[in-house]
Design a protein around this ligand. Sequence first.
Ligand SMILES: NC(=O)c1ccc[n+]([C@@H]2O[C@H](COP(=O)([O-])OP(=O)(O)OC[C@H]3O[C@@H](n4cnc5c(N)ncnc54)[C@H](OP(=O)(O)O)[C@@H]3O)[C@@H](O)[C@H]2O)c1
Length: 258
Amino acid sequence: MQYLKLNDGHRIPANGFGDFQVPDTKECADAVREAIKTGYNFIDTAEMYDNEDQTGKGIKASGIDRDKLFVETKIWETNFQYDDAKNAIDKSLKDLGLNYVNMFLIHWPHGEYDQAWRAMIEAHQAGKLKSIGVSNFSSQQIVDLIKKFGVKPAVNQIKINPWDQKHDEVKWLEDHNIVPEAWSPFAEGRHNAFHDPTLGKIAKAHGKSNSQVILRWLYQRGIVSLAKTVHPQYMKENFDIYSFKLTPSEMKTINNIQ
Ligand SMILES: NC(=O)c1ccc[n+]([C@@H]2O[C@H](COP(=O)([O-])OP(=O)(O)OC[C@H]3O[C@@H](n4cnc5c(N)ncnc54)[C@H](OP(=O)(O)O)[C@@H]3O)[C@@H](O)[C@H]2O)c1
């Protein structure tokens, strides 16, 4: 596993496993346990996914040492008021069965998210949240948050894939020492992602799949990726992105897809 440095001194694994839309049943616990067995040490979940409980069960069942695992979750907008946010942080920890999470994000910049940020800063100082960040924020919203509280988010989790590349946003985040994370790296399978012929040609040249090429392209751009699958064979595939390297010309070809 490769890591990226965060602006608060911690580090973050470069590719993670996301469990959005995995139902809060044994299916979720099994998927999380299987992902960790595959080698993933980064699990991304959210209060809104309504599966933190089974995510926690999967983590426990995996038997992985807590200090070897990076767990990220997010607060939903219905809990952005200060007192609600404090309770929501504690509830996420309780549901996950953890004393702390490695990264805690504001899921979307809707409503009074600055109240949640205040509660998150306090929970960060109390050691419950090792790092704090945002998701789906514009650069202006990040600037405003920093101006108001003097605390910079460690990451911004945004949608990035070959059909939505966000080069300007990623450059802005890098310039401000904020790690970009990519959600929906496969565009949830839209745009013929797993069979796109341009990606397919590059994949064939390396004996890899389209999904591996996409995740490798994100990695080489310095972006953390979060991929979701409930199938163990896809987990293995999506985790194996360090055994090949895209050439500058292949990177350029993918950059021209959108
Ligand atoms: N912050 C946010 O607002 C936000 C929004 C959306 C997502 N996210 C995060 O990002 C993660 C990933 O995004 P996503 O779930 O929207 O979409 P995604 O990872 O782009 O795509 C998931 C889809 O691709 C399929 N798939 C995965 N690997 C495959 C492979 N190797 N070959 C063929 N099919 C494959 C999965 O199928 P199967 O499951 O059937 O295998 C699933 O249908 C989420 O789980 C979540 O953690 C965050």
